[in-house]
Ligand binder design. Structure first.
Ligand SMILES: C[S@@+](CC[C@H](N)C(=O)[O-])C[C@H]1O[C@@H](n2cnc3c(N)ncnc32)[C@H](O)[C@@H]1O
Length: 266
């Protein structure tokens, strides 16, 4: 993990993030399996990260213009390095400010919107960027229900860290499904919402920390200096080891709860 200044999202570490690429791609693949493109127009991938899912979208729809947006220079650099020849357009930008160049055939966003607030305005705004008959496809981790989040909250609130991390906000928990349905149904039909609980089989030393240090721990680690980061990680390792006992064969069953929104613009 880097030691870039507190408060930047520049602490995203593409290599660490890609360590579990196959498992991280699974919900996106589950979402993609439900997608159909019925109208002309471009596909946008918002919060594209290292670009591996954008590439899957392109493989599924090779004739479409594909535009990928992310606010992290490190993630975009990795995407350009790996898929620079693909024809995908990589753009730096903040999802909160983003608008489609023209009504989109699809707005796809996987594991990104939980980093943004104001979903009551953001979600309808994203839906309005889609052409009639096009789709908004969203997947977010349902963070509050996962054991790893409880570990973050507990360690952050422990006497050693309580004061030091008082001003650090974690990424938000998605709202309940009913909240998203009421936002989307005036603009879209059908609205398809589902929630899934994955159990990823992880191995190695401190596998839960290895998973979340490039995601859920980013706000905390980016607020700490290098020696504090190491101390926090040690405390987190201990909390995660207690919360995730090893299976008989030594693996850890890592719980990832996810919510999916798939809405077709009226
Ligand atoms: C967990 S990664 C997901 C990457 C990719 N979509 C995937 O599923 O593998 C979250 C990504 O969202 C990006 N991100 C977070 N907040 C953002 C914002 N406000 N605007 C644009 N990108 C953002 C981060 O830089 C990061 O690359």
């Amino acid at each position: 993990m880097t030691t870039k200044p507190a408060g930047t999202i520049g602490t995203w570490d593409p290599q660490q993030y890609l360590r579990y690429a196959a498992y991280r791609a699974r919900p996106a693949e589950d979402l993609m399996s439900r997608l159909a493109l019925d109208v002309p127009g471009a596909i946008y991938d918002l919060g594209c990260g290292p670009g591996n899912l954008t590439r899957l979208l392109q493989q599924k729809w090779p004739d479409r213009r594909i535009i990928a947006v992310d606010s992290s220079p490190d993630m975009l650099a990795e995407a350009r390095k790996t898929y620079g020849e693909s024809g995908i357009e990589w753009r730096a930008g903040d999802i909160a400010q983003w608008k489609a160049d023209a009504p989109a055939a699809m707005v796809f966003t996987n594991a990104a919107l939980h980093w943004l607030g104001d979903h009551d305005t953001l979600i309808p705004h994203l839906m309005r960027q889609v052409a009639p008959g096009g789709v908004l496809a969203v997947q977010m981790p349902d963070t509050a229900r996962s054991g790893y989040t409880r570990c973050i909250v507990d360690v952050k609130a422990s006497p050693r860290w309580k004061e030091r991390l008082a001003g650090v906000a974690l990424h938000m928990d998605p709202h309940p499904a009913a909240f998203y349905y009421d936002l989307l149904s005036p603009l879209a039909e059908p609205v398809d919402i589902w929630q899934t609980e994955y159990r990823h089989v992880l191995s190695g030393e401190h596998p839960v920390t290895a998973w979340i240090r490039s995601t859920g721990l980013v706000p905390i680690l980016s607020a700490l200096n290098e020696s504090e980061q190491a101390a926090f990680i040690a405390d987190y390792n201990a909390a995660a080891a207690a919360a995730y006992p090893r299976q008989a064969d030594g693996h850890v069953l890592f719980d990832m709860h996810r919510i999916f929104l798939l809405a077709k613009r009226k």
